[in-house]
Design a protein around this ligand. Structure first.
Ligand SMILES: [Fe+2]
Ligand SMILES: [Fe+2]
Length: 204
């Protein structure tokens, strides 16, 4: 494995979000968090499919978070890591190009889904089957993306990327995670409580 750097989420305090975190560990932890959220969305899609009223507020909170945090911070960091991987091993270019394109699609489909949810919560009459299809498609697409990164990209990143590469990744501006971090943004307090009530996912 290439030598890897350590990401410092900088501060003199011992805030849990600011502890020294190995970038690969942070990468896996983010994916695990996103997968938990997608499971919650799936429960709501199942309810829709059974003709029950889903928890639209919960869905909106999740999709809003996915637009605000992964799309703005997790994916841009990956894009830097991926570009460097493709430089170090040009055989990865096609695979890397796919994953980067998926970031664009995830953001666009997330925005569409968020608009549906904003509308229905505002009382706008929407096309129910179209909302169900948008949510189900988002789930399948997002899960495929996480799985491809976990299985194919992260193991290669561990082999290929150097300390300098990881420093370049860590240099991309980020914010503390407003949902899974220690300081939960007020808009996510209900979602955070809901996550805490769910069974913990199996490790690995
Ligand atoms: Fe990604
Ligand atoms: Fe990712």
């Amino acid at each position: 494995m290439a030598e890897t750097g350590i990401e410092e989420r900088s501060s003199s305090t011992t805030h849990p979000d600011r502890l020294l975190v190995h970038p690969i560990a942070r990468w896996h932890a983010d994916h695990s968090n996103f997968a938990r959220l997608l499971d919650l969305v799936e429960q709501q899609v199942d309810a829709m499919h059974e003709g029950k009223r889903p928890d639209y507020e919960l869905m909106r909170s999740i999709v809003y978070y996915l637009r605000q945090y992964p799309d703005r911070f997790h994916h841009p960091r990956e894009d830097v890591a991926f570009a460097r991987m493709a430089q170090r091993d040009p055989r990865l270019q096609l695979e890397i190009a796919r994953r980067m394109q998926e970031h664009v699609v995830i953001a666009a489909t997330g925005e569409t889904l968020l608009k549906f949810l904003d509308d229905i919560i505002a009382g706008v009459v929407i096309d129910g089957p179209a909302l169900e299809a948008a949510a189900a498609t988002y789930l399948v697409y997002y899960r495929h993306h996480l799985d491809a990164e976990d299985r194919q990209v992260i193991p290669r990143a561990m082999e290929l990327l150097t300390s300098e590469d990881w420093r370049a990744v860590a240099a991309i501006p980020t914010e503390l995670d407003p949902l899974f971090g220690a300081d939960v943004d007020a808009r996510y307090s209900e979602l955070r409580k809901r996550i805490a009530r769910e069974p913990k996912p199996a490790e690995g």
